[in-house]
Write a protein that binds this ligand. Sequence first.
Ligand code: UDX
Ligand code: UDX
Length: 455
Amino acid sequence: MKNICCIGAGYVGGPTMAMIAKQCPDIRVTVTDLDEKRIAAWGAGTPPIYEPGLAEVVRSALGRNLFFSTDTPKAIAEADVIFVCVNTPTKTFGQGAGRASDLQYFEKVARQILQHATSDKIVVEKSTLPVRTAEAMERIFHSGGGSVHLEVLSNPEFLAEGTAITDLERPDRVLIGGHETATGRAARHQLLEIYARWIPRERILTTNVWSSELSKLVANAFLAQRISSINSISELCEATGADVEELSRAIGTDSRIGPKFLQASVGFGGSCFKKDILNLVYIAETLGLREVAAYWEQVVTMNDHQQARFVRQMVASMFNTIAGKRIAVLGFAFKADTGDTRESPALAVCRGLAAERAAVVISDPHALDNARRELADLGPAVAFETDPYAAASGAHALAVLTDWKLYRDLDFARIFAGMEKPAFLFDGRNCLDHAALHALGFNVYAIGKRAWSHL
Ligand code: UDX
Ligand code: UDX
């Protein structure tokens, strides 16, 4: 194999292809996208997304065997393997609006591949897709009546943002789904041989196509479910005097439960969890599996509730009015170490605060451009400030919404001195030292913990 093409240079396509190019110097990898600005940024070795360690990996292969281009037809024609990494957002219109995946970009790409493929190719679904999408893709491929054979594989990506590079270097597993036919098995083997260059073979799982497609949705649903489960318990903790962190430790040491993804928070965000669960719910509904759909929908309902009750608690503890009060929001990204704000809980919280007519000042080390874009409709109700000290100056309250490490190291005595009194701090990530903050004079409210109040 000599040539790989990847269509879609986003959070998934860019890092994944950079890693393949780094690990396989003999394979030529071309990543294409409609977005010229994105391609120019990648091609200059300055990725358009913030991801620790990514620029180094890109630069290690750029111009050697890693190329970025907007000429998708040419890249398709030259490729032996085509990865499809275009986005598959939740539909906003028509049937399944708000739940089903919008497959229009994906289908356009399938047609584009059919049009420009002049030799046999392996087409890899990397985007997260509803189960049995490969079947639709194959129907399109077979509609041309041409002699070219396009073999479809499913190879979902499990990387998490912020840790994409280590996740790609040392994944828990790589999943490759293919058809149980001679061409399907051969294609699966070819893709497996690429990953086997740097990933132990026992970590590369092969399945049929439908299992692979569904595994991605289910993995995200299970991860999100753990967060909603612990978040539901956080409310119970606040009502009973139990401490959710002590609870996470107590249950997480049971090896059957395990310690990960039990961090109570203001809610999960990111481009995947909500979208994938709603997609799972939609698939279950269309198959008439009402109980299954209702079961998984609760994970999203609980997440919405967690965000709404965070705002309610802020208002209630600040004497039932925040109108005209300056509130500094520390962190807007959906998690630390990314500039991504898609589905960030900060969106719902800031909108909730603005609806109460607070003067919201948002600070974030990497997400302010995205925050400005996402909240453009709020106009002067929100302001943006890179420096967290400037954001906090004159504020009645701080709300920590992203667990950036830098917030742990802030000089809170200095911040407290510059705030209105009584000064409030709402820790939506349980990432600060609440006893120490209370000792400085703050009234501290965290998730699933007793309040540290002077009032
Ligand atoms: C990924 C996955 O692919 C998606 O299925 C998953 O559920 C979320 O993560 P991501 O890489 O985060 O998507 O999306 P994004 O950053 O939006 O990148 C997609 C890219 O595809 C964009 O740069 C877009 O310009 C490009 N694109 C889209 C094309 O090049 N051609 C198209 O026809 C459509
Ligand atoms: C997720 C999956 O982890 C990844 O495998 C998949 O490929 C894409 O979706 P990502 O959304 O990038 O990755 O980040 P993740 O680390 O899973 O965090 C998602 C959200 O959950 C973040 O908002 C995070 O802050 C929150 N979270 C995570 C919690 O609130 N508590 C936890 O214990 C863990």
